[in-house]
Design a protein. Sequence first.
Length: 107
Amino acid sequence: MYNSNMKRLNESNPGEVLEIAYHRNGVGGNGFYVIKFRHYNNPDTTMLAIYFSEDDKEITGNIAIIDMSLLYQGIIGAENKWRGDMYESFISEAVKSLLKINLTSSN
């Protein structure tokens, strides 16, 4: 898991990464990254990105974005949907940072 201590990846990104981790559902399950972040336009709201990937080395896949405060209220429908493509470069950069850290630490 990578915790950036609210590090801004670069000025063009929409938020600050709080945490990022890679998960896999069992030996045959599809892998995915989970990225917890805050959006600069609404710093009081914590967002969750789920970035589905074929394996832990690829940076291609689908992105789901969820507002965690709405999720805690039980809102999972249309009121809590966000366009993953609007966050794609931001999320991809966060995943690349995690991969770089993992590759560096494994050498």
